[in-house]
Design a protein around this ligand. Structure first.
Ligand code: GDP
Length: 435
């Protein structure tokens, strides 16, 4: 999926535009914090083109005190990692110095940049738009984000510019792993430790994709691909201390992966940015393993693992299903377990349960905990069937979906996990009406 970044000063209307364009996902029950709060990415669709949008304004840039400095980084990030850039300006405010600076940076990229002028709500204001030719970024497209004015024109231009974004082909037999986490949590060290294990055969065929160089390896006859790790492997050697936490690169890796390794450093714990990426993996239906690294640095007694597990489960409430593994990339503690766990989670993602077995489960669930009736009308569950794998998707047929409370869906999901595991993979439960 192409990535479209929205760049612009604060208050030009980036979030408004973002929310207008983003279509809601077919939502399963999601009431956990961290999943929907503070979105910086969103899947969208226009004229049958799917893309991911990023609001670069929502990315936390640590230690940037001046607006100009953080705008520069925002623009550079977008250039580095997005396929198409939408530069949003404010038609009422006119061109500011900051806009000039952003434009100067954006003019230096060969990637498509689409200039949009927001807050043009009346025909009278259209004169204000001409000024924006001065930015040297071609035709400005006037829009009114809050009323969705002219959004179609803007999206036409965005979609038009996808022509040169190539499709990515993947080998379906390989398990694709994305290693995600903040700088210095030990991602490179983990990757190197994994590749350095006994019986691991690394066959590095240069990446077929434009910007990712993947590492292919085999262990116990299972083929794995580590996504975009070239940079990591190089980095660990020269020990470069600072790396920007590239959210966009992370999202792209998650998109291409089957299983995400969410790496956390034991002394530091879970951060907000980790939550956002993990939330994205969850919504995208990817498998997930929480890898707690630097376990050697923790003073432990018998209660330590439990305490860590509790804290992580608290912070990442929507990832209850993700196994947690405590490792040290430095001492190699439990490194050999990581590929095994990846393989296990990939199997769980592809597990299929027979309809007859599912209906037994529904019968049991109904007898243990009958659904409460709603507005005096009883909910009837007819049957459940598995419609898909990777992630597993179940359809529950009922008399009236309105009568199905989300807590009851959650209850059925828990029953599915109790009976079959599905460890490490999100589940999709869809309720359909059938008279
Ligand atoms: P990345 O930015 O996530 O790729 O992190 P690196 O792999 O470059 O590691 C950052 C720093 O943490 C380096 O100095 C590593 O030597 C150190 N480090 C990585 N893993 C461990 C670990 O398990 N234990 C300890 N004590 N240090 C580690």
């Amino acid at each position: 999926k192409p990535i479209v970044a929205i760049v612009g000063r604060p208050n030009v209307g980036k979030s408004t535009l973002f929310n207008q364009i983003g279509k809601k996902r077919v939502s399963i029950v999601e009431d956990f914090p961290g999943v929907t709060r503070d979105r910086i990415y969103m899947d969208a669709e226009w004229l049958n083109h799917q893309f991911t949008m990023i609001d670069t304004g929502g990315i936390e840039l640590e230690g940037q005190d001046s607006l100009l400095a953080s705008m520069r980084i925002q623009a550079e990030l977008a250039i580095e990692e997005a396929d198409v850039i939408v530069f949003l300006t404010d038609g009422r405010a006119g061109i500011t110095n900051t806009d000039d600076e952003i434009a100067r940076i954006l003019r230096n990229t060969r990637k498509p940049v689409i200039l949009a002028v927001n807050k043009i709500d009346t025909p009278k204001q259209e004169m204000d738009v001409y000024e924006f030719y001065n930015l040297g970024l071609g035709d400005p497209t006037p829009i009114g984000a809050s009323n969705a004015l002219n959004l179609g024109d803007l999206l036409d231009r965005v979609v038009e510019s996808f022509k040169d974004v190539e499709a990515i082909e993947e080998d379906p037999d390989e398990i694709h792993i994305a290693v995600i986490g903040r700088p210095n949590v030990g991602k490179s060290s983990l990757v190197n430790a994994m590749l350095g294990q006994d019986r691991v055969i690394v066959s590095n065929i240069p990446g077929t994709t434009r910007d990712a160089i993947d590492t292919h390896f085999t262990k116990d006859n299972i083929k794995y691909t580590l996504i975009d790790t070239a940079g990591m492997r190089r980095k660990a050697r020269i020990d470069e201390p600072i790396e920007r936490y590239s959210v966009i690169r992370s999202l792209r890796a998650v998109d291409r992966s089957d299983v995400v390794l969410m790496v956390i450093s034991a002394p530091d714990g879970v951060t907000e940015q980790d939550k956002k990426i993990a939330g994205y993996a969850h919504e995208s239906g990817k498998g997930c393993i929480i890898v707690v690294n630097k376990w050697d640095l923790i003073e432990k007694d018998s209660k330590t693992p439990l305490k860590f597990t509790d804290d992580i489960r608290d912070e990442l409430g929507f990832l209850q299903y993700a196994p947690i593994i405590y490792i040290s990339a430095l001492t190699k503690q439990r490194i050999h377990r990581v590929p095994e766990l990846v393989k296990y989670v990939a199997e769980q993602q592809n597990m299929r349960i027979k309809t007859s077995v599912l209906n037994e489960l529904i019968r049991d669930a109904l007898s243990v905990n009958p659904p409460p009736s709603h507005k005096g009308k009883p909910l009837k569950i007819y049957f459940m069937t598995q419609a898909d794998v990777h992630p597993p998707k179940f359809i529950i047929f009922v008399n009236d979906p309105e009568l199905m409370h989300f807590s009851y869906v959650r209850f059925i999901e828990n029953k599915l996990r109790e009976s079959f595991g599905f460890e490490g993979t999100p589940l999709r439960l869809i309720v359909k009406g059938r008279k």
